[in-house]
Design a protein around this ligand. Structure first.
Ligand SMILES: [Zn+2]
Ligand SMILES: [Zn+2]
Length: 132
């Protein structure tokens, strides 16, 4: 069974997930755009029994923004990790994974709320690293 790890920006929080990943979910809802400050949240859904905290559980701070919307962040660096949990699943922020998952975005939801700038402008420049 494949095992992968993930962590926050400062490294205090780390986790392990076991098993195959059935694609990434991209949520473009206005809550996820605000919470991420970007195009939304890229989420990997993992069964609770396949998710294990390796370190830093005491560094978690959870914001209950709505009864149905919470986000957990590292209290030292602010990385959102995971986005949400319920009785059966953990909704991991895909950007916190440290290992490749060999699968892309399979589902986009709340596309009607997608930011109007969320596309490459004509002639968009791409750099492998920061531009100089
Ligand atoms: Zn951190
Ligand atoms: Zn959302």
């Amino acid at each position: 069974m494949p095992q992968r790890t993930g962590s926050c920006l400062c490294g205090a929080l780390s986790y392990q997930i076991d098993g195959e990943i059935d694609g990434v979910w991209m949520c473009h809802c206005s809550n996820c755009r605000k919470a991420s400050g970007s195009t939304g949240n890229a989420i990997v859904i993992v069964k609770r029994e396949n998710f294990t905290w390796l370190s830093g559980e005491d560094h978690r701070v959870t914001f209950a923004l709505r009864p149905t919307y919470t986000i957990t962040r590292c209290k030292s660096c602010g990385t959102p990790l995971p986005a949400e949990e319920d009785d059966s699943n953990v909704y991991l922020t895909a950007g916190t994974l440290d290992d490749p998952i060999d699968v892309g975005i399979k589902t986009r939801i709340f596309c009607a709320s997608r930011a109007d700038w969320d596309f490459d402008a004509e002639g968009a420049r791409h750099y492998d690293e920061r531009s100089s």
